[in-house]
Design a protein around this ligand. Structure first.
Ligand code: HAM
Length: 422
């Protein structure tokens, strides 16, 4: 059948999948609250310049992956490809530097990147992310990493590995980048075309390259870890120590420059060996220059983003019981359909999940439907042998029945929760 389809690289969530997603987000909200993070929401699109300035013109995201369009007013807008630049914009725009620092915020929203779709890689994906802005202390780096580890633990994400690196800062990085560039120029002939371009724009980006020959060249390249200034070294050592203190096992990875230009000092990434090529289940780092670069006061920050589709894959398939109604109301006489409708409304207003016939079914059809939808009880209205204000409650699983005044049905259902409902 050829009908409309969701765009390439996007997906739908059917009710069971959406229920699993809701639970993941609820768990995250709970974990993040324990660490003092508060939920914020930013627009789905921003001015394009925010990402050009924030994420970096040399990154794949800005060069190749943004969904950018001109609106009817002639403004260049871009669907959010990542969450950090918008949160920094929000921090600056609303004067959050006046709040007690660090300001700790979390978000859950879709990101749009024109990438080649494959398992675990989408053109619209959702991230759970957190940012702590306004403190340069290494405890904050360790806190966001530990918080993400805690979320993964609560969700049952398996096969995890934590890679970390330090990118240095304005004091030590420029000299290192110069050294790296000189080294790469000496071996330019062995680099792919992309890396030759990266070499001029931002040589650190060459560490992202997957081409074998480039990787071989980079294996022998000078490493930032050997060229950190004393402050960056001490910061990194403290972060590593704190992570070990909370039972994590950070592995040094000199390649971990990550795909965005704003990082300074700590970068980190969790990967899961339950995933295929797209194994990065969440990552982030420190970005002490970003707020200033976007026009705000000099302000340090650190955070992460984690793709919920990949979290779900690394959690494995979990049965989410479909939410069954407590009761299905059956109108035994056609003239009682109005009463049935009104009673269902009243019960629902009281917070009880009830269903009724919405397809003009016969009594037999309604009873069949009551069983099929998984209701614990069928409530029969309009039985000839009962007074008009009484209903009969039949227990569908296990049998048994009881006659109850319609006005007392809500109280009866509340007092008899379905078995298995703790
Ligand atoms: P990122 O590494 O680009 O970082 O994305 C974060 C996470 O989003 C990845 O680890 C991965 O789980 C997921 N992800 C990324 N792209 C896709 C995709 N195309 N399909 C499915 N999942 C994907 C950032 O975006 C930074 N803003 C993170 C950050 C926050 N750094 C500091 N604060």
């Amino acid at each position: 059948m050829s009908g409309p389809r969701a765009p390439k690289g996007t997906y739908d969530l059917l009710p069971d999948e959406a229920a699993q997603r809701d639970r993941m987000v609820a768990t995250a909200a709970h974990v993040f609250a324990a660490y003092g993070y508060r939920h914020v929401v930013t627009p789905e699109f921003e001015e394009t310049s925010l990402f050009e300035r924030g994420v970096g013109e040399a990154t794949d995201i800005v060069r190749k992956e943004m969904y950018t369009f001109t609106d009817k007013g002639g403004r260049s807008l871009t669907l959010r490809p990542e969450g950090t630049a918008p949160i920094c914009r929000l921090y600056i725009e609303h004067g959050l530097h006046k709040w007690p620092q660090p300001v700790k915020l979390w978000y859950y929203c879709p990101m749009f990147r024109y990438e080649r779709p494959q398992a675990g890689r989408y053109r619209e994906h959702y991230q759970l992310g957190a940012e702590a802005i306004g403190s340069a202390a290494p405890e904050v780096d360790a806190e966001v990493i530990a918080m993400l580890a805690q979320l993964f633990a609560e969700l049952g994400v398996g096969g995890l590995r934590l890679a970390v690196n330090s990118m240095g800062d304005a004091a030590c990085r420029p000299a290192y980048v110069g050294r790296l560039r000189d080294y790469l120029r000496g071996r330019e002939a062995e680099l792919c075309g992309d890396c030759r371009e990266r070499l001029e724009l931002n040589p650190l980006r060459t560490f992202d390259c997957k081409v074998e020959t480039c990787r071989a060249v980079l294996d022998e390249a000078p490493r930032i870890g050997d060229h950190l200034c004393p402050d960056c070294r001490a910061h990194f050592d403290t972060v590593l120590d704190l992570l070990r203190r909370v039972g994590l096992d950070p592995q040094l990875d000199f390649r971990l420059v990550r795909g965005l230009d704003y990082y300074t000092r700590t970068t980190f990434e969790f990967s899961s060996d339950l995933l295929g090529a797209q194994s990065g289940v969440g990552g982030g780092g420190r970005y002490d220059g970003l707020i200033e670069q976007l026009g705000g006061p000099p302000t340090p920050g650190v955070g992460f983003g984690s793709g919920v589709e990949r979290i779900a894959l690394a959690m494995g398939a979990r049965e989410v019981p479909a939410a069954a109604p407590v009761a299905f109301l059956v109108a035994f006489a056609a003239e009682r359909r109005g009463d049935t409708f009104a009673l269902a409304h009243e019960l629902r207003r009281g917070g009880l999940a009830v269903e009724l016939d919405l397809a003009a079914r016969s009594v037999k059809g309604q009873l069949r439907q009551a069983a099929r939808c998984g209701a614990a009880y069928a409530v029969l209205l309009g039985l000839a042998e009962l007074p008009a204000d009484m209903v009969r409650v039949k227990t569908l699983a296990g049998g048994g029945e009881e006659d109850v005044p319609a006005a007392g049905l809500a109280a009866w259902l509340a007092a008899h929760p379905p078995k298995g409902d703790a």
